[in-house]
Design a protein around this ligand. Structure first.
Ligand code: 4AD
Ligand code: MG
Length: 462
C-alpha cells in the first residue's frame, strides 16, 4: 500500500521504508542526482524525493519524469538537510505511470492567473491554490455535517426537480423532456413549453426550504445540504447558476433561536477548518488575502452584531460614503451597502433582521406592524450576504392572504398550507451559500474559484 504524503510529512521517521504515488510538481537535475517534488493532493507541501544516479534505471526514469507526470516512488525516508522540510525520500525505485510532455502541459512552474486556470478546469486542481481551496471545501463540508449531527438534526434529501419557486423570484431553470425534433405544439402551432416535464411544469430547485419545512414538521430539526440553481443572469464574483446550499429548518423555533443557531454554526465550521487545515489556511493568509486568519479568529471569538433593517438604513443614510445604488426605507440592500456595514462599520459579521415585507419571500412571518417580516440576513466582511433566513409564517389565514396578495397560484401550494392546517408550530430556518462560505474562509476573490466546476451564464464547459 502506498503512503499518503500528508501522513509522511506529519509522522514519517528517518529509516521508514515507504512508497508514494502522485504527480510531479518539479524536477531539478543536478550532476549526480535529481530532486523531484511529488504531490498526491493530500497536502499543500509535496514530498521531496532525491534520486541518485546509482539507482537502477536512473537515466531512463529521469528522462521520462517532467512536471505533471504520474509516478510511484519507493525508498527510505531520511532527515532533510533542506530548510522548511523535516524529511525527504531517498528513491530506490521509480515507476512512471504517465508522462506529461513539457512542451504541451499547460501548468508550468510559474504563477498562472485564476482567469487562465478557469479555462483548464480539468487541470487546475493540481495547483497549490486550487488544491488548498478544495481541501478546505471538503473540511468545511465535513464540519457542516458534524455540527448538525452532533445536535440531533436529521439530514434530509430534498428534490432537485421540483414544481415550486420557493423564493418567488422567477429565477428558475425549466426541466424538459421535450422531444426537440418533434415537440408538442399549442393550438397556435408554437412549441408548447407548458408541457415540458411529462406533461407538467418542472424546474431545477432554487432552494430545498419548502421540502425541509415538511420534514421539520415530522423530525423537529432537519437540514439539507445539496445543489441549488438560479437562472439569474448575474456575472458577479459572488453568483453562480449552480451552487450548494445548507438549509437547517427547526420546528418550535423563532427568529432569536434561528440567529443563535446561525452564529454558532459559522463559529463551529471556522473552528473545525482552522484545526484540520492549518497549512492551507496559512497559505491563504500569506498568498491570497492577509486578513484570512484574523477574520477566522474574529468569527470564532467575537459576538456577531445584530441590528434591524430600519436601523441599517439609518446608518447607511447617515454615512458620508457615496453609494452607487440609492438607500431608502423599502429598498433592498445592495452588496456595496452590505459590505460597508460588515466591513467598515461593524468590522465583523452582522445580522440584519425585520426587512420590509415587499422585498422578501412569501413564507416569512409577518410582524405586528404589518410592514416588516421576521427575516434575517447574515452579512460578512468582503462577501456581503452569506446567509438568508427567517421565521416562517405558521398562521394559515395570514399565509393564505399573503399568497393571494402576491398573486401566486394558491392551489399549487395546498400541501404547504396543509402544514398550517395540521399541527402547525412556530418554525424557522436559514440558507447558507456554501461557496460564499468557502470564499469568505479562504479570501478567494471569485466564487468561480471555490467550486470545482463553476456554472455561470458565461461558463459551463463540461
Ligand atoms: O437568500 P436566499 O435566496 O434564501 C433562500 O433560498 C432561502 N430559501 C433559505 C432558507 O431560509 N432556507 O439564499 C440563501 C443563500 C444566500 O444568502 C447566499 O449565500 C446564497 O444562498 N446564494 C447564492 N450563492 C451563490 N450564487 C447565487 N446565485 C446565490 N444565490 C443565493
Ligand atoms: Mg437572500
Amino acid at each position: 500500500m502506498p503512503n499518503r504524503i500528508l501522513d509522511l510529512l506529519r509522522q514519517g521517521q528517518p529509516n521508514d521504508a515507504v512508497s508514494v504515488r502522485g504527480w510531479v510538481r518539479t524536477k531539478r537535475e543536478q550532476k549526480e542526482f535529481t530532486f523531484i517534488e511529488v504531490n498526491d493532493g493530500s497536502s499543500m507541501a509535496g514530498l521531496q524525493v532525491v534520486a541518485n544516479q546509482d539507482m537502477p534505471g536512473y537515466a531512463e526514469a529521469i528522462a521520462r519524469i517532467n512536471t505533471g507526470a504520474a509516478v510511484e516512488i519507493s525508498g527510505v525516508l531520511v532527515e532533510s538537510p533542506a530548510k522548511g522540510q523535516r524529511i525527504e525520500l531517498r528513491a530506490e525505485s521509480v515507476t512512471v505511470y504517465g508522462e506529461a510532455d513539457p512542451e504541451t502541459y499547460p501548468l508550468q512552474k510559474k504563477r498562472h492567473s485564476f482567469e487562465f486556470l478557469r479555462t483548464i478546469a480539468h487541470l487546475r486542481s493540481r495547483t497549490n491554490t486550487l488544491g488548498a481551496v478544495f481541501r478546505v471545501r471538503n473540511a468545511a463540508a465535513q464540519a457542516v455535517h458534524h455540527f448538525f449531527q452532533e445536535r440531533g438534526f436529521l439530514w434530509v434529501h430534498t428534490p432537485i426537480i421540483t414544481a415550486s419557486d420557493c423564493e418567488g423570484a422567477g429565477e428558475l431553470f425549466t426541466v424538459t423532456n421535450l422531444d426537440l425534433k418533434n415537440p408538442p405544439k399549442t393550438k397556435e402551432g408554437e412549441v408548447d413549453f407548458g408541457q415540458d416535464f411529462f406533461g407538467k411544469r418542472a424546474y431545477l430547485t432554487v432552494s430545498g426550504q419548502l421540502e425541509a419545512e415538511i420534514m421539520a414538521m415530522a423530525f423537529s430539526n432537519v437540514y439539507t445540504f445539496g445543489p441549488t440553481f438560479r437562472a439569474e443572469n448575474s456575472n458577479t464574483s459572488r453568483h453562480l447558476a449552480e451552487f450548494w446550499m445548507i438549509e437547517p429548518e427547526m420546528a418550535f423555533c423563532d427568529l432569536l433561536g434561528n440567529m443563535e443557531l446561525a452564529e454558532s454554526f459559522l463559529k463551529s465550521v471556522f473552528k473545525h477548518v482552522l484545526e484540520t487545515c492549518p497549512e492551507d489556511m496559512a497559505f491563504f493568509n500569506e498568498r491570497i488575502e492577509n486578513t484570512v486568519l484574523e477574520t477566522a479568529e474574529n468569527i470564532i471569538n467575537s459576538e456577531f452584531a445584530r441590528i434591524t433593517y430600519t436601523e441599517a438604513i439609518a446608518l447607511l443614510e447617515k454615512s458620508d460614503r457615496t453609494f452607487e445604488y440609492p438607500v431608502s426605507w423599502g429598498l433592498d440592500l445592495q452588496s456595496e451597502h452590505e459590505r460597508y456595514l460588515a466591513e467598515e462599520l461593524f468590522k465583523k459579521p452582522l445580522i440584519v433582521t425585520d426587512y420590509p415585507v415587499e422585498i422578501k419571500a412569501f413564507y416569512m412571518r409577518l410582524n405586528d406592524d404589518e410592514k416588516t417580516v421576521r427575516a434575517m440576513d447574515v452579512l460578512a466582511p468582503r462577501i456581503g450576504e452569506i446567509i438568508g433566513g427567517s421565521q416562517r409564517e405558521e398562521r394559515l389565514d395570514v399565509l393564505e392572504k399573503r399568497i393571494q396578495d402576491l398573486g401566486m397560484p394558491i392551489e399549487d401550494l395546498w400541501w404547504y398550507l396543509d402544514l398550517r392546517r395540521f399541527g402547525t408550530v412556530p418554525h424557522a430556518g436559514f440558507g447558507l451559500g456554501f461557496e460564499r462560505l468557502v470564499q469568505f474562509m479562504t479570501g478567494m476573490q471569485n466564487i468561480r474559484d471555490v467550486i470545482p466546476f463553476p456554472r455561470t451564464p458565461l461558463s459551463a464547459e463540461f
